[in-house]
Design a protein around this ligand. Structure first.
Ligand SMILES: NC(=O)c1ccc[n+]([C@@H]2O[C@H](COP(=O)([O-])OP(=O)(O)OC[C@H]3O[C@@H](n4cnc5c(N)ncnc54)[C@H](OP(=O)(O)O)[C@@H]3O)[C@@H](O)[C@H]2O)c1
Length: 271
């Protein structure tokens, strides 16, 4: 077992893995899991940011933190994370597979390598790390896998076609795992936020969210993750924020074709 939380502040917990912990939602999730008493393995490419996060988590919550600077879209990066996980003393109790990027624009004009990298990060890395941690969780009879999907998982989105497909992949993966894992003591969740104000939109799409759009903060998504872990219910797909609980059932009601047509009208470049 890893270093416990400070005496009197949190129960002793197993390790929590958080990918994409250098910024945005992942950084907030990592700090909240540290407060919950988990020693952390945090992963992203920017090691300096991980070091700052580790320092904050140790100082404020007294937990052990291992930072792994790795590019999860590459096999070498994923291998280094698997290597660190294999060296841990004590079980992995929570894995939050959150690292992700999004691209936007006409598919035929987008950078091919970036589209492929998006699939490697949003899909391949999730399968790779889930496959690495789940057998140990099942053997221990406990654990939680959390995948940061999106409200975009519920429909095809023209001009964000690859991104929406990767998020649907994650959501469907979790739905399948949820059934497979019944009776093992291990749970799987897909968190599906609507728009969240992070650097994500600027980095991937070159612009911030519209100022008046109803959004959710990264901290609020992270708080949702912890509430999901704390409760006994196991609804595997969790719509988060002000919009997702409306848009996800609505798109299901409208059906694939009409939802895709409407989304295409909204997201068409220049609209
Ligand atoms: N923001 C939204 O509106 C929104 C809505 C729904 C779902 N989501 C999902 O939430 C997740 C987190 O998004 P966010 O808004 O927090 O974005 P963000 O602020 O851009 O953070 C993305 C995180 O992923 C890491 N990352 C990116 N590429 C990586 C790579 N190749 N290898 C390892 N780590 C990598 C980044 O760290 P480095 O750059 O240091 O590598 C960063 O820590 C994503 O999966 C996204 O699809 C976001």
């Amino acid at each position: 077992m890893g270093t416990p939380g400070r005496a009197g502040t949190a129960p002793v917990r197993g390790w929590a893995l958080v990918t994409g912990a250098s910024a945005g939602i992942g950084a907030e999730v990592a700090l909240r899991l540290a407060r919950r008493g988990h020693p952390l393995v945090v992963v992203a490419r920017r090691g300096d940011r991980l070091a700052a996060l580790a320092e904050q988590a140790r100082r404020e919550h007294g937990v052990e933190v291992r930072g792994v600077a790795a590019d999860l879209s590459r096999e070498e990066g994923r291998a280094s994370v698997r290597g660190v996980l294999d060296q841990l003393r004590g079980p992995i109790e929570v894995a939050v597979l959150n690292a992700g990027i999004g691209t936007q624009g006409e598919f035929v004009r987008l950078d091919r390598e970036r589209e492929v990298r998006e699939v490697r990060l949003n899909c391949v890395a999730v399968v790779d790390l889930a496959a690495h941690v789940l057998p140990g969780m099942v053997a221990n009879g406990r654990g939680d896998l959390v995948v940061m999907s999106s409200a975009a998982s519920s429909q095809a989105i023209p001009y964000m076609s690859t991104y929406a497909a990767t998020k649907a992949f994650e959501m469907r993966l979790v739905r399948g795992l949820d059934q497979e894992l019944r009776g093992t003591g291990v749970r799987a969740f897909a968190i599906c936020p609507g728009p969240v104000r992070t650097a994500f939109h600027r980095l991937g799409w070159g612009k911030d969210l519209p100022r008046l759009m109803p959004t959710e903060s990264a901290g609020s998504v992270a708080a949702r993750v912890v509430r999901v872990l704390d409760r006994r219910r196991r609804n595997p797909v969790v719509a988060s924020g002000p919009l997702a609980p409306i848009t996800m059932p609505l798109t299901a009601l409208l059906g694939e074709a009409i939802s895709a047509w409407g989304a295409g009208r909204y997201h068409r470049p220049g609209h």
